[in-house]
Design a protein around this ligand. Sequence first.
Ligand SMILES: *Cc1c(COP(=O)(O)O)cnc(C)c1O
Length: 408
Amino acid sequence: MKPDRSTRLIHHPYQPPDGFGAPQPAVHKASTIFFPNIAATRSRDALDRGNYTYGTHGTPTSYLLEQRLCALEGGKHAMLAPSGLAAIACVNLALLNPGDHVLLPDNVYGPNKALALADLQRFGIQPAFYEATDTSDLAAKITPATKLVWLEAAGSGTLEFPDLIEQVKLCRSKGILTALDNTWGAGLAFAPFDLLRTGDGSAEALGVDMTVHALTKYPSGGGHVLMGSIMTRSDALFEKLATFHMHFGLCVGMNDVEAILAGLPSMELRYRKADKNARAIAQWAAQQAQFVQVLHPSLPDAPGHAAWKKHCCTPERPEGAAAGIVSIIVDDRFSQAQVDAFCDSLQWFKIGYSWGGPMSLVVTSSIAATRSTWPAHLQRGKMVRLCTGLEEAADLVADLQQALNKLT
Ligand SMILES: *Cc1c(COP(=O)(O)O)cnc(C)c1O
């Protein structure tokens, strides 16, 4: 029997052409993925990246991004999440049980802290916070119930760079898992799974157990895509994380994956431009009497500068890498309204959250509201966070100067 037109329309003979090559890969979108026979539906493992089972578990497009991210950050297994924050939540919820204790740096990305304080506590998981630049404080806060330590380098907002090598050694010695929010370093500033730079295998590798990365920032580069990744070298951790990731239905859209794939080849170039711009601003800001402190790890008196040098400067690149964020503490003699007016009068810095896109951004932030205690290494004042885009550094500095002239 000749099938009906509607059936023929549905069972189309189209096959993608072999031998077609182009700079950007194809976008494979699917909920349903065909199996060759029923036996294959029973034998395929949803976590096996050598196979396809269902759209939530990935398509060739998302597998490709996972592989490229592994190449970038030095991991073995990667998973994609709808946002950087979803990646953070996945790590917490996949690994922590009621009664467990989790440690976060006090300068951690704010929503990670909020999740810990509100939701993890609700699930019977106890969070506590340590001073990122003080490994002895981390050691003192570890308890027999501590199962996971979050690391962030540099810390969100105040940009202290911790001694990751010391922190990881300490956690390893106690058998505690480490997860690094690697958004700032982005796989470019330092190698989180090879902190001792033992890529040649000359010494024992020392690295974090997991990274999360807000691909929303540098990998996207456009300020238009939200995505996160989770990465590990451990097969056992991958199985745990990927199983939870699957149970929670944490999947991403393939057009967004395509956008991230398109962003990766230019990422290092963009990172270095944003870095250069942030250093130009940091150098200028350090000279201004209205600012009591400039927070950027490349500045010799910035908190964590020595650790930044140790991790991010190499013989090949002595100038190091430092992303595109600089925070400024404005003297307390200026009112919040004056500081707000300074930000409002900027021309090239748009007001908004996130970073890693083409445009420079500005927001204010309250140290008192985000930290458990005001650490001794931070001056009193009102914080402004500048995230640099790809504009010309001199234009950005001139813009800040004209806004500063209005402030005084
Ligand atoms: C932006 C950011 C995140 C979260 O990423 P989203 O995709 O915006 O959820 C996590 N950590 C750091 C350090 C970030 O800057």
